[in-house]
Every structure is written in C-alpha cells, then in structure tokens.
Design a protein around this ligand. Structure first.
Ligand SMILES: CC(=O)N[C@H]1[C@@H](OP(=O)(O)OP(=O)(O)OC[C@H]2O[C@@H](n3ccc(=O)[nH]c3=O)[C@H](O)[C@@H]2O)O[C@H](CO)[C@@H](O)[C@@H]1O[C@H](C)C(=O)N[C@@H](C)C(=O)N[C@H](CCC(=O)O)C(=O)O
Ligand SMILES: Nc1ncnc2c1ncn2[C@@H]1O[C@H](COP(=O)(O)OP(=O)(O)OP(=O)(O)O)[C@@H](O)[C@H]1O
Ligand SMILES: N[C@H](CCC[C@H](N)C(=O)O)C(=O)O
Ligand SMILES: [Mg+2]
Length: 496
C-alpha cells in the first residue's frame, strides 16, 4: 500500500475540487491523525458529524459525510482548511473508498446471507476449496479461518477492517474467500466495495428485529446482497426450499443474474433427492442438472446437507468442476459449534453443541436430531441479552415443541437481568406438556442435563456454539459449552 493516496485515487470528489493527500481512513474521530480522512457517518445513537470538530483538531485532511452531517458541522467546516466530500450514501462511499485504499483482494470472493447457516455454508466452501488444493478461507462469525487465520469482532466487519483483512489475505496468497453477509453488514453497506463472483441465500426467519424493526426491513436488508452488491454478471445460488426462495430468485433474475436453485424443489438445478440418517451422519442422493450422484456425509442433521449443497453451488458458480466439488463431500468435517459431538456418556448417550440462537434454528436443530436418536431428546436453551427480545418466548416454545425435556438457562445476559430473560424463554416453554426446569447457572444446567441421559438419549446444548466466553454485564467470563460437556461427563462417570 502506498503511504498516501490522493482523493482522486480514492474515487472521491471534494466540494470545489479541493485536493488532499490521505494517509489513513477512519470512522472514529478518536483515531484521527494528521492526514486522515474521517468518515462522519449517521449512527444509530449519534451522527458522526458531531465529532468533526474533534477530527479537525487532530489534523483530519478530509471529511466524508452526508448532507445532514455537513449541515450539523457547518460552523466547524466553514473555517477549516479541509476537503469536504458530501455523499448521498456515505457508508456506501466509504466501502468503495476502503476498497481502493487497500487495493487488492483475492480473485474469488463469494458471500452468503440468510438468517441461519451463513457460518456453516462459508466453512463448507473453505473446506471444499482446501480439499481441492486451493488456498481458501471463510470469513465471518468465527473469524478468518483456513489457509490464513485472523480473529474478527463482527460477522461482517466494517469496511475498513474488511478490506484490510482481504488485502492481508491476498498478501498471504489466499485465492478464494467465502464470507458471511450479515443483515447489519448489508444494511450498513459494509461489503459494498467487495467484488463478488457469486452470492448465496440460505433461509429467512426471525432475528434481529431489535435493529431492523420489521420483517420487511430485515428481508430488504438481506436482499441488498443480490439487488446491490452482486453485479449483474454475478451468479446467485438460492435455497428454493425456503418459503422466500422463489421470491429471492425472482429478484436475482430481474437483475439479469444467473440463478442456481438448490434444494428438494423440483426446479432445483442442484437437487437433494433423498437422505438416509444413522448414528454418525447421513447418506445423500442428489442431482446436478438432472444427473444423479450419491455421497456419504459424516455430518449430523438434515439441514447440513442443504448447507453443503449450497456451498457446492457457490463453488460451481465460481468455476469449479462439479465432479471435483462432489468428490470432497465424504471428507467434510463438522463446523465448530454446529451440531458438534461434544461428549458421549458410557451408556452411549451423545451430547451435541449447536449455535441455534433463533426460534427457527432451535426447531431445525431439534427436528434434525430426531432421525439420529432412538431415545429422548433433552435440550438446554437460553437467549442473549441486548438482542431481539421478541424471539425469547418463541425459542422456549420451539424447544418445548421439539424436545422431551427442556432446561432453561442463561446465554450471554450482557447488560440485562438474566432472570427476566429466562422468564421470557420459560413463558414460551411451559404448557406444552413437557418437563421444563430452570437452572440459571449454565455449567450446572449442562451437568444436570447430562445426568438425565439414559442409553439412546441425546442432549442438545443450544445457543453458544463455538463461543469461548459468557458475557455478563461488561465482563466476559471464560465459558465453552464443548469443554463444559466433557468436564460434566468425566465428573458424572467418576473420572475426575
Ligand atoms: C448497531 C450497529 O450495527 N452499529 C454499528 C454502527 O455504529 P453506530 O451507528 O451505532 O454508531 P454510533 O455510536 O451511533 O456513532 C456514530 C458514528 O460516530 C462515530 N464516533 C462515535 C464516538 C466518537 O467519539 N467519535 C466518533 O467518531 C462512530 O464511529 C460512528 O461511526 O456503525 C459502526 C461503524 O461502522 C459499527 O462499528 C457499529 O457496530 C456495532 C459495534 C455492533 O455491535 N454491531 C453489531 C450489532 C453487528 O453489526 N452485528 C452483526 C450481526 C451479527 C449476526 O448476524 O448475528 C455483525 O455483522 O457482526
Ligand atoms: N440451513 C439451515 N436451516 C436452518 N437452520 C440452520 C441451517 N444451518 C444452520 N442452522 C442452525 O442455525 C445455527 C447457526 O448456524 P450458523 O452459525 O451456520 O448460522 P449463521 O447464519 O452464521 O448465524 P449468525 O447470524 O450468528 O452469523 C446452527 O447451529 C443451526 O442450529
Ligand atoms: N451474532 C449473534 C449471536 C447470538 C448468540 C447468542 N449466544 C447470543 O448471545 O445472543 C448476535 O449477536 O445476535
Ligand atoms: Mg455466522
């Protein structure tokens, strides 16, 4: 990366044609140094323009904002010797600027959106590339993983981090990237500067209504991936089995994008014909453009087959040979924290950890376990604080409707009172004819859940998947569901 870039090189035009050499870009006034371009963005709490004066005092060389921001900071800007760029959609402009600032990104980038399954699909894409001898990474909730790894705080990082990470991946010779497009990320234009080869849609159900407020706004945010980010010559890979699948495919077709339909639907080009489940995974029969194939998947849960096929569709859309892609299926491994076998009791009863944190995911995960389990299903469920509160009773209901025994516990309470979150989950779980208990302490809930297991039973610990901490207030306490499960099994079997 060059030390400085001109506004012209960054694709920006300042008012009055004023020029500036930029040495860095940031959205946070506190990170401004002499020569920095400060993007003063409209925020959910405050307009970034309130910090323009502070940015100028720290030596900002240019300000990117919207008309509202320019009006808000009129006085500070009037006397400043600074380049002012006023954009209609400053978040989108920032995304494109970040892309030009960092320069290169790996040649093949695919993105996947949907309420559930983004991490799973992008991880399967990366596993398939690696098995085909290509340097691939997945980028999302679990950080950057694969040929090069890097931790991330967000599922879809803000554009400056995103493009820095993509440029570093490129510098580490990564050629293929599968990234998650969260609805927050799409709404805030975080990935608008990424050139995508293909984009995928998994499914649509309730989550994040605290942020988007309505289902329509949430759906529209997700559709930004196809309607705005993926270009007309990109390929859309769409799960047609979701009730929204055909609507998504119509949106893509209207933009002239080629659509690869995936699923059990009769019009799917990559079609799941049948599945046979056993204790360690499943065999699937599927077809590509009418030609049938059969493969072994050492993965639990019918929905994982849908995720695998969606990932395969994204690879085919990016130019891989279908036969090469399908040959990787038997070698695919569990995605961390997604239907992951965490421990097994001496009587054979299995304990799974799964990241189900929406009503639909709780239902899907429990329903998916049934054909693998001959005995009872016990579930441990809770909900996170400072997140969509309306999903809590629905998660409780989904647990009670699809398991035999329900234990309601804490997830990440964050700033909220854990007891009132549990009460909301419990309110949906009771009166469904199932045994429902409340155990606030998550480690104790896991111990008690495992203690209940008899031969043929299984336990699902839902909600935290790969997470390695529990956020209580501002503190993150070390906590790992997989680890707790094996500790509890060892304690109960008298091994520790
Ligand atoms: C709700 C949300 O998404 N907020 C994002 C948003 O911040 P905001 O609009 O709330 O910021 P604000 O506090 O109102 O401030 C406005 C602006 O003033 C700036 N500021 C503020 C203070 C100051 O002193 N100086 C200054 O310059 C801020 O940097 C910001 O640009 O814009 C910021 C900059 O782009 C983001 O970092 C921030 O993400 C926050 C940290 C966040 O936690 N987001 C989560 C909810 C999120 O995005 N999650 C998704 C979904 C995960 C999933 O699917 O489950 C993800 O992709 O991870
Ligand atoms: N195709 C699917 N359909 C329905 N539920 C699914 C599907 N794939 C995964 N799930 C459920 O959703 C949970 C989360 O999966 P995953 O982490 O892949 O989703 P995500 O979209 O990345 O979630 P996040 O919004 O947190 O990034 C899984 O643990 C599983 O319970
Ligand atoms: N990325 C998701 C993860 C939720 C996981 C769950 N454990 C919780 O804390 O709610 C979110 O922030 O909504
Ligand atoms: Mg994810």
């Amino acid at each position: 990366m060059a030390e400085t870039k001109s506004l012209f090189e960054l694709g920006l035009t300042a008012q009055g044609g004023r020029q500036a050499q930029i040495s860095d870009i940031t959205v946070d006034s506190r990170a401004v140094r002499p020569g920095t371009l400060f993007a003063a963005l409209p925020g959910s709490r405050v307009h970034g323009a309130n910090f323009i004066l502070a940015a100028l005092e720290s030596g900002a060389a240019a300000i990117l904002t919207d008309a509202e921001g320019a009006a808000l900071a009129k006085d500070a800007l009037a006397t400043a010797n600074v380049a002012l760029i006023v954009a209609q959609d400053p978040r989108q402009t920032l995304a494109q600027t970040a892309s030009l600032w960092f320069g290169s990104h790996p040649g093949t980038v695919v993105a996947v959106t949907g309420t559930n399954g983004k991490t799973s699909v992008s991880t399967f894409c990366r596993q398939m590339w690696e098995l085909m001898g290509l340097a691939g990474v997945n980028l999302g909730t679990t950080g950057v993983e694969g040929a090069w790894s890097y931790p991330l705080k967000h599922t879809t990082p803000e554009p400056i981090t995103l493009h820095r990470v993509l440029a570093e991946a490129d510098a580490h010779d990564v050629t293929h990237v599968a990234m998650e497009a969260s609805s927050h990320g799409l709404d805030q234009r975080r990935l608008d500067g990424v050139i995508l080869t293909a984009a995928g849609f998994t499914n649509f159900s309730q989550d994040h209504l605290d942020y988007h407020e309505t289902f329509d706004a949430y759906f529209d945010a997700k559709m930004g991936l196809f309607a705005r980010v993926l270009s007309e010559d990109g390929i859309a890979v769409v799960n047609l089995d979701d009730p929204k699948g055909h609507e998504v495919s119509a949106i893509c077709a209207a933009r002239g994008q080629e659509v690869i339909g995936v699923g059990k639907a009769s019009d799917a080009r990559l079609r799941l014909i049948s599945q046979r489940f056993d204790a360690t995974g499943q065999d699937i029969r599927f077809s590509w453009q009418g030609r049938p194939y059969q493969a072994r998947l050492d993965l639990m849960g019918g929905f994982q087959a849908e995720n695998v096929l969606l990932a395969a569709g994204l690879l085919i859309a990016s130019g891989a040979l279908p036969g090469d892609v399908f040959a990787t299926f038997p070698k695919l491994g569990t995605v961390r924290g997604r239907m992951e076998l965490a421990a097994t009791r001496e009587n054979g009863a299995a304990v799974f950890v799964d990241y189900a944190h929406t009503p639909d995911a709780v239902q899907t995960a429990l329903k998916a376990m049934r054909p693998h389990v001959m005995g009872r299903i016990v579930v441990i469920v809770g909900a996170g604080g400072d997140r969509d509160a309306t999903k809590r009773p629905l998660m409780g209901a989904a647990a009670a409707e699809n398991a035999d025994i329900v234990i309601v516990t804490d997830d990440n309470p964050r700033s909220e009172d854990p007891a009132s979150i549990r009460a909301a989950v419990l309110s949906g779980a009771i009166d469904k004819g199932k045994t429902v208990t409340e155990v606030g302490d998550r480690a104790e809930a896991i111990l008690r859940g495992i203690d209940l297991l008899e031969a043929g039973d299984a336990l699902l610990i839902a909600g935290k998947g790969h997470e390695s901490g529990q956020t209580v207030g501002d503190t993150v306490l070390p906590f790992d569901d997989v680890e707790q499960a094996s500790v509890a099994v060892a304690a109960l079997e008298g091994k520790i």
